[in-house]
Design a protein around this ligand. Structure first.
Ligand SMILES: Cc1ncc(COP(=O)(O)O)c(C=O)c1O
Length: 421
């Protein structure tokens, strides 16, 4: 059955045929047959060079053979124990040894769970209720995140979702990334009631927005001064640029860190962690409750361990060079056609905007998202798959070859030509 037919059937049982909103795009999404390396193959017989990469986890490329082998071997010993196993310690230890600020951690099944529980821990620890987040920042699909949020909430026009109780929304104050004044105002007004400030250190859910020099240091200072915790949501950025979270590259120490995506090697995962003092408050050693039937499940642990063991020996400068080659080419193509644009990138993630500037949320919101989408569609006809929305991130994996980049640029040139003439 082809994608069109599958979509028709899928739409009768799943809202818009999908099980996560960002997977839908007009007229209907392709249905996947399989993935391998840098490629995604649909049931209609098309092959695409993939820069969506399952929204980030597949940094080694899809279906990495060592990760798949580890999953198969673990499956022979069972899928789920509901009791601790050594493989959790193996993955935890690898993360602890490569993440300066994570003394203790707890595994969850998704980034959503990780940030939700980190926020509860921050509230329990400080005895305060207010949380500060950034406009356009996305931390998963729980109530505390879905307030002037990013990712699919921007794409589909509901950054503050109906269904989040007003009482909850009142405990979340929204600040502006790269705008110290807005953060200072919030702390001036609510300082002694703020449990935590949560932010992605590099914004990845309103496209890619990089921190202005000193901004993250400023967040560290102002939270510390007010007795609030700083939470870095590194669900996207953890192990993406080096074998560590991003915070270790810039030498900033948040109180709590959340991760996900890459550390699960393609299986569902999340993690929140920090100092022994803070994490000891988590149940059952402490009183802040958190749990999960599937948390730390052996298949995810085995996949994550295999992926991180491999990543530990990878040269991240290689992926940086691949990305640079790609964005230099995109920049050249758009400049040659005199199309106004900005490309924001860091090592293995990038996004291009049809805008004057793109270093804060307001500027990104002014970008021509319709042009992005038309180029996205045209690129698909030329065998390249980007994330379907301007408000997502393009990822480059270790599996993307020079040949992939050359083919992508050829496709990009043709696609832009078709769309803008
Ligand atoms: C920064 C960030 N935090 C949290 C999440 C939620 O993670 P998950 O989709 O695994 O629940 C995402 C998802 O894209 C994310 O980008």
């Amino acid at each position: 059955m082809g994608s069109k037919d599958l979509f028709q059937i899928g739409s009768s049982m799943f809202p818009m045929g999908v099980n996560s909103p960002v997977r839908y795009f007009k007229d209907y999404p392709f249905y996947v047959h399989h993935v391998k390396g840098s490629k995604i193959y649909d049931v209609d017989g098309n092959e695409y060079i993939d820069y969506c990469l399952a929204y980030g986890p597949s940094i080694l490329g899809h279906a990495d053979p060592d990760v798949v082998k580890a999953v198969k071997e673990q499956a022979e010993n069972g899928l789920l124990y509901g009791a601790p196993a050594e493989i959790e310690i193996k993955l935890g230890d690898l993360i602890r040894r490569s993440s300066r600020n994570i003394e203790m951690m707890r595994f969850t099944n998704s980034g959503t769970e990780a940030t939700m529980h980190a926020i509860r821990l921050a509230r329990g620890y400080t005895g305060r209720s207010i949380v500060v987040k950034m406009e356009g920042g996305f931390h998963g699909a729980h109530d505390y995140s879905l307030i002037r949020s990013g990712s699919g909430t921007l794409t589909f026009g509901s950054p503050s979702s109906p269904g989040v109780p007003e009482e909850v929304a009142k405990t979340v104050i929204v600040g502006r990334y790269n705008d110290r004044e807005s953060i200072r105002d919030i702390f001036d007004r609510y300082g002694d009631r703020i449990a935590a400030l949560i932010t992605e250190p590099i914004m990845g859910n309103a496209g890619v927005i990089l921190p202005d020099p000193g901004f993250l240091e400023f967040l560290r200072e102002i939270t510390e001064k007010n007795g609030s915790l700083l939470i870095f949501d590194e669900v996207i950025t953890g192990y993406r640029f080096a074998f560590s979270p991003y915070q270790d590259l810039i030498g900033i120490r948040p109180d709590l860190t959340t991760m996900g995506k890459i550390i699960g090697g393609g299986m569902p995962i999340g993690l929140f962690g920090g100092s022994r003092d803070l994490m000891s408050r988590v149940s059952p050693s402490g009183d802040v409750y958190q749990s999960g039937t599937f948390s730390g499940n052996p298949i995810t642990m085995a996949a994550g361990y295999a992926a991180l063991k491999k990543l530990q020996n990878m040269d991240y400068s290689r992926i940086r060079k691949t990305t640079e080659k790609l964005i230099t080419g995109i920049d050249e193509i758009l400049s040659r056609r005199k199309i106004r644009h900005v490309i924001n990138s860091y090592v293995s993630m990038f996004q291009f905007f049809f805008a004057e500037e793109a270093h804060n949320y307001d500027q990104v919101m002014k970008a021509d998202r319709d042009l992005y989408f038309r180029i996205f569609k045209s690129l698909m006809r030329h065998g390249v798959y980007l994330p379907p929305s301007q408000f997502e991130t393009n990822f480059v994996s270790f599996a993307h070859s020079d040949e992939d980049i050359a083919k992508t640029l050829e496709a990009f040139d043709s696609a832009v030509g078709e769309v803008v003439g």
